[in-house]
Design a protein around this ligand. Structure first.
Ligand code: UTP
Length: 294
């Protein structure tokens, strides 16, 4: 029997320097795409993928995340007394939505270090990791796509996407061989090696790791063993490279559109495209955009 993935870890303790000054006093994960904070998109993806328990790794100045998923009695009371039923339902749905635990990363020492902070809460079972600044719009939630692979191979799986060669140095890049799966050979890969932020000339491919992972608990031991890597940070990619010595890891080139919402350009693209897709805003917003002189 393959052990079920019940927990999703959300590392949210980064400094968000690419979004300063907005992120000076507000966590990057709380930046709204239209009217929902980034992290809520990720949490909804986990729930829609059948992963019910959320673990958020927070840091200093991140209390807005905890408040967001908590009950707000004053706000609910105010909306109720003003007869704003729809808004009240929206606000209640957020706090009713999740079974959430928090742990803290005191210093932003890297993504690997943040994941290691969740060790106690995860325990000895497989788990998923979602980076909420990678927003993925997909018919089947990206995490669900990875879980389908995990449930077949009982091995760690990371989300992959092809990126332009001149962008590889911003990502973890894999050396991987295609594996036949579901009648095709163009989505699933068996990973041979991983490199964090390589130069374009040394990169083994243009297949980049995107912020969705299914991991097994050995990764914690690996993260404890390895030394800090690129940028002086403890890198999850290096932890996975260590895991690879003892078990296979798969990569899945997911179906869907990914936005790098931790970056200004990506955030703006996501905002425009999500607004255009909204039933309540799309039509008006489209005619506004069409009216712009560009
Ligand atoms: P990023 O690489 O986007 O870093 O982290 P960042 O600090 O958030 O943002 P910039 O690059 O300075 O603008 C990817 C994910 O890993 C988390 C972040 O919160 C984000 O979700 N992270 C990163 C941590 O939780 N802790 C860390 O030490 C580093």
């Amino acid at each position: 029997m393959i052990e079920k993935v019940r927990k999703a870890v959300f590392p949210a303790a980064g400094l968000g320097t690419r979004f300063l000054p907005a992120t000076k006093a507000m966590p990057k994960e709380m930046l709204p795409l239209v009217d929902k904070p980034l992290i809520q998109y990720g949490v909804e993806e986990a729930l829609q993928s059948g992963v019910p328990n959320i673990i958020i790794v927070t840091g200093r100045g991140k209390s807005a995340i905890e408040d967001h998923f908590d009950v707000s009695f004053e706000l609910e009371h105010l909306l109720e007394s003003r007869g704003k039923k729809e808004l009240l339902a929206t606000v209640r749905a957020v706090s009713d939505m999740i079974n959430v635990s928090y742990t803290r990363q005191k210093e932003a020492l890297g993504l690997g270090h943040a994941v290691l902070r969740a060790r106690e809460l995860v325990g000895n079972e497989p788990f998923s990791v979602i980076l909420s600044d990678d927003v993925i719009d997909a018919e089947t939630p990206c995490l669900r796509q990875l879980l389908d692979v995990y449930e077949f191979y009982a091995a760690p799986v990371v989300a992959l996407m092809e990126v332009p060669r001149d962008k590889v140095s911003s990502y973890g890049i894999v050396d991987a061989e295609p594996v036949a799966h579901n009648g095709g050979r163009d989505r699933l890969y068996r990973i041979r090696n991983l490199v964090e932020k390589p130069n374009a000339s040394d990169a083994p491919s243009n297949l980049a790791i995107i912020g969705r992972y299914i991991l097994t608990p050995e990764v914690f031991k690996s993260l404890e063993t390895i030394e800090p890597g690129a940028g002086g940070e403890l890198q999850l990619t290096d932890g996975l490279k260590h895991v690879l010595r003892s078990r296979p890891i798969y990569g899945y080139r997911f179906e869907g559109r990914r936005y790098d919402a931790g970056d200004k350009q990506g955030f703006l693209e996501a905002t425009v495209e999500f607004a255009l897709k909204r039933h309540d805003l799309g039509e008006k917003f489209r005619s506004y955009l069409k009216g712009l002189t560009l």
